[in-house]
Design a protein around this ligand. Structure first.
Ligand code: NDP
Ligand code: HSE
Length: 430
């Protein structure tokens, strides 16, 4: 029999308890052992009682979880402390640990993985990225023979829901956010989701695995979705693009590029079809070519599915006396490339005076900064000002920013109203 200690019996923790009860028979058949939740450490006991469990499973303190008869610890408290201390204690006591804690892993992964390796035990974290979507295990094992070129994810359900709704209905961001909050799809404080921090934590974890070098949350360039307007979505669509909040990690000759921002992608890019709260991860490997993993990136049972899968793998390793087999894969020390020296294609929307010579003046400034234009469109005109939309060829980001600073100071330009990167145009553009 394998005894599990559960830390945190909230949304996901309760899902794990339910799954272990409902699928007890197949779990027993697949790992060859009965898996029992022996102790639960939870601040709010009523959550444990609500699952039909009694006081006998409630742990008075972490010391009970660290006792000898617990084999695997599942951490579902979230946040940095006390989760970090508890995980380190469990690993030092020789226990395998499963966690869904992206906040912790994206900022303090190194210490946790080093501790697991030192003690020859497993630390698995499939649920920390993409909820129920298997992506950590495939990158570490199934795709291990590939040189991964890029990983691009839609890794946040809240923002994907908002952008999908804005695109379908043409409503502004604030209105759709309020609807999403009323329906329970967005948190009362949506900052972490809408500002891109949640996706940044997840792509830091995936970049570290894909490129075998530790990337932390703090190193990820982040832009959220709050500046996206229905007008940009409309103009983008006319040009053949859909808007998505992308979490992008690529390996270049001089290091790793890792960033989260809204991006226009061609309508026929596989990620363009990912709507609503769904998540997806697009992976390009040198041998396997393009792959996409799609599913529910959050929610009680999808996330519990990933946690229980990890737990079962640890049980198999314990049975074969083979724990710590797949430990940290960050053996390299690659640099993260600063955003200013990265290159991308851009969509730019500005208000400019609608009179002869204005376009030539703007194009001249762009040219002086080595910003080459691929498409120029004049859209709606109002009170002598026109909306101009530009699509650039691939340009160095710092050159574009310098050009836009100059343009913003010119009397012919009302304002540069939005700048949005393009992604996937070479491979999936019309
Ligand atoms: P919840 O807030 O629902 O659950 C956390 C539980 O831990 C709460 O019941 C909380 O009790 C309890 N808790 C907090 N501090 C302590 C402590 N010191 N000792 C014991 N219990 C404690 O969070 P979720 O279940 O949603 O998330 C858990 C983890 O899973 C997080 O790391 C999250 O990022 C991750 N995750 C969640 C997903 C989801 O869909 N929910 C998706 C993917 C990952 P109380 O409420 O009384 O404070
Ligand atoms: N808040 C996240 C989302 C789910 O909206 O996708 C938890 O990672």
């Amino acid at each position: 029999m394998i005894n599990v200690g559960l830390l945190g019996c909230g949304t996901v923790g309760s899902g794990v308890v339910k799954m272990l009860a409902e699928n007890r028979d197949i779990i027993l058949q697949r790992v060859g052992q009965e898996v029992v939740i022996k102790k639960i450490l939870e601040l709010d006991r009523s959550k444990v009682y609500a699952l039909g469990l009694g006081d006998e499973v409630i742990a008075a303190s972490m010391d009970e979880i660290l006792s000898e008869d617990i084999d695997v610890v599942i951490e579902l408290i979230g946040g940095i402390e006390p989760a970090k201390t508890y995980i380190l204690q469990a690993l030092r006591h020789g226990k395998g640990v499963v966690s869904a804690n992206k906040d912790l892993i994206a900022s303090h992964g190194r210490e946790i993985f080093d501790t697991a390796a030192e003690h020859g035990v497993d630390f698995y974290f499939e649920a920390s990225v993409g909820g129920g979507i298997p992506i950590v295990f495939p990158l570490k094992q199934s795709l291990a023979g590939n040189r991964i070129k890029e990983v691009i994810g839609i890794l946040n359900g809240t923002t994907n829901y908002i952008l999908t709704k804005m695109s379908r209905e043409g409503h502004p961001y604030e209105e759709v956010l309020r609807e999403a909050q009323a329906l329970g799809y967005a948190e009362a404080d949506p900052t972490s989701d809408v500002e891109g921090f949640d996706a940044a934590r997840k792509i830091a974890i995936l970049a570290s695995i894909a490129f075998n070098s530790r990337v932390t949350f703090e190193e990820v360039y982040v832009e959220g979705i709050t500046r996206i307007t229905p007008l940009d979505i409309k103009y983008g669509r006319e040009l053949g693009y859909d808007i998505k909040l992308l979490a992008i990690a690529k390996e270049e000759e001089d290091g790793i590029l890792v960033r989260v921002h809204p991006a226009f992608i061609p309508h026929n890019h596989p990620l363009a079809a990912v709507g609503g709260v769904y998540n997806a991860v697009f992976v390009r490997g040198d041998a396997v070519d393009d792959l996409m993993f799609y599913g529910r990136g959050a929610g009680q049972m999808p996330t519990a599915s990933a946690v229980v899968g990890d737990m079962m793998e640890i049980v198999r390793n314990i049975e074969r006396n083979d724990t710590g087999r797949i430990s940290c894969t960050c053996y390299g020390e690659k640099r993260v490339i600063p955003t200013s020296s990265q290159r991308a294609k851009f969509y730019i929307r500005m208000l400019a005076k609608d009179r002869p010579g204005v376009l030539a003046g703007i194009a001249g400034v762009m040219g002086n900064h080595e910003v080459s234009l691929a498409t120029v469109l004049q859209k709606d005109t109002n009170n002598g000002f026109a909306h101009l939309v530009f699509i650039t060829h691939e340009v160095k980001e710092s050159n574009l920013r310098d050009a836009l600073t100059v343009l913003n100071g010119m009397s012919i330009v009302g304002a540069v109203e939005n700048v949005i990167r393009l992604e996937g145009v070479e491979d999936y553009g019309a």
